[in-house]
Design a protein around this ligand. Structure first.
Ligand code: NIG
Ligand code: FE
Length: 413
């Protein structure tokens, strides 16, 4: 018999439903239920509504009553749709060098940057890696993030990429968050690789891709399209192969120079992430496509560069998700809510656009249809914030954290 729970009364519950996936939300109201209740069946939402009206239903279903006696705002569990939290080592020296005038790409060209993290991640044991993912994921859960995308990409050989992806899979069984793994073996050409970019990508596609499927490690393939990594031409056969095998595609696009977003459109990618360098042309092209644009304000803050043109993307009719890009190099802070709110102030996003970017629009960036909104049938992933209005949550830019985090119908924090 399924276990039912009724939680309430909740001062303000924002369902994040009835909002479009694409385009501006300026002037749009969030669907709000005052004095709300959530009726849960097992790990899913059975019904949301006015608490008083749910009470007799709960009684009939023999639901466990979880009564709240203080003010709360309830929002869907947040989704961080782009992270690199499987890594070892620190890049504090890169950060110091950048602030002293060196650029991210210069540091990378001199053997630092991503390669430094690859060296440390390869040295780390499987257990160390697994533990570090769990530790970081658990810290995110405490901030209300119940789904976390995690990329490989610091292994850069078949064996080392497998180590990362298996560590992510094991960590997923232990942390309360859902970890959505992505293969980023195309992060850069490894410095110790003897062949060409083409032969490296061919080796990964022919050797690693089949193992990803037999071991069910991921259904997502990512690539970094940039001068320091792979060009639009380099990546064609790789993405063609990934597509033919049925993988979802996602792209590190337009971070320092354009072309990645066009690759994303060509391959009908689920998302194009970064976009700090996108011009009006790329914005229009993206907005006319089904690709979700993912802004990564943490990388702009970490590198001290401009934000992705989030306002323009929305005004052009694009779908905008916001993610942390937590990684040791460009985005070491790893604080999604703070970064999303800061992006909101600089890009003039409404609070609902900010919250959409880390809930249902972030779910779309991961091709997940069962979360991001508080609707019957969806996962019972939600946060209770100790305040009376969602505006307070954005206004405090990450300072108000949830008092309760619920994941799949269980109180996990
Ligand atoms: O999304 N841009 C490429 N990859 C990461 C950074 C990785 C690193 O510097 O370690 C990013 O910013
Ligand atoms: Fe990234």
């Amino acid at each position: 018999m399924e276990h039912y729970k009724l939680i309430g009364p909740i001062t303000q519950l924002i369902t994040m439903a009835d909002l479009p996936l694409q385009g501006t939300l300026v002037g749009k109201e969030a669907q709000t239920i005052k004095q709300a209740g959530i009726l849960i069946k097992g790990s899913n939402i059975y019904e949301v509504g006015i608490y008083e009206a749910l009470l007799p239903k709960g009684e009939k279903l023999n639901a466990e009553n979880i009564t709240l006696d203080t003010e709360y705002v309830c929002l869907p569990g947040f989704i961080d749709a782009h992270t690199h939290i499987c890594f070892a080592g620190s890049r504090a020296t890169d950060y110091a060098m950048r602030n002293a005038g060196k650029s991210y790409l210069e540091i990378a060209e001199n053997g630092g940057g991503i390669w430094d993290t690859v060296t440390n991640t390869r040295k780390a044991s499987f257990e160390e890696l697994q533990y570090s993912i769990i530790k970081r994921a658990n810290s995110l859960v405490r901030n209300g993030i119940t789904t976390i995308e995690v990329k490989s990409g610091y292994g850069l050989s078949v064996t080392e990429e497998l180590k990362m992806l298996r560590a992510i899979r094991n960590a997923n069984q232990i942390t309360e968050a859902d970890l959505i793994a992505t293969c980023l073996a195309a992060h850069m050409l490894p410095n110790d690789y003897k062949g060409t970019k083409a032969s490296y990508l061919h080796e990964i596609a022919t050797t690693l891709f089949p193992i990803l499927q037999t071991e069910n490690l991921t259904n997502r393939i990512d690539a970094f399209i940039e001068q320091s990594a792979f060009s639009a031409t380099d990546i064609q056969p790789y993405f063609k192969q990934a597509k033919a095998m049925g993988f979802d595609i996602t792209v590190h696009a337009d971070q320092f120079s354009t072309s990645g977003s066009e690759v994303a459109i060509t391959f009908n990618a689920i998302s194009a992430d970064h976009l700090e360098a996108s011009t009006d042309y790329e914005i229009e092209r993206l907005a006319a496509s089904n690709v979700i644009a993912v802004a990564l304000p943490g990388a702009s803050i970490g590198l001290g560069c401009n934000f992705a043109p989030a306002r323009k993307i929305l005004d052009a009719g694009g779908a905008l998700a916001i993610a942390s890009d937590w990684n040791p190099g460009s985005a070491p802070m790893g604080d999604l809510l703070t970064q999303a709110c800061i992006l909101g102030t600089f890009e003039k996003l409404t609070n609902i656009e900010v919250l959409a970017g880390i809930t249902f629009r972030a779910a779309a960036a991961l091709n997940l249809k069962d979360r991001g909104q508080l609707l019957p049938g969806m996962l019972a992933d939600f946060n209770l914030f100790p305040t009376d209005h969602y505006n307070e949550i954005c206004y405090h830019q990450g300072k108000i954290l949830p008092s309760q985090v619920w994941k799949k119908g269980e109180l996990v924090y």
